[in-house]
Ligand binder design. Structure first.
Ligand SMILES: [Zn+2]
Length: 66
């Protein structure tokens, strides 16, 4: 099972998406991408949005093959 997230699911007008094997790995990717939006630390309210936007991806498609 893959955990995936799209930036647009958090309410940002952005095409970025990521997938990882675990939520922890995904959060590392989210944190580094957040810098592109000026968040050098993710505020707690945004973190909640991110966590609720994370979905279990049963299909095994690669996030960058779109
Ligand atoms: Zn983004």
């Amino acid at each position: 099972m893959t955990k995936s997230i799209r930036c647009s699911d958090v309410g940002v007008n952005c095409d970025w998406r990521a997938a990882a094997a675990t939520e922890g790995e995904l959060m590392v990717m989210v944190e580094s991408h957040a810098k592109a939006h000026g968040y050098f630390e993710i505020p707690p309210e945004l973190l909640l949005k991110v966590k609720s936007a994370i979905r279990d991806d049963v299909s095994n498609h690669k996030p960058d093959s779109v």
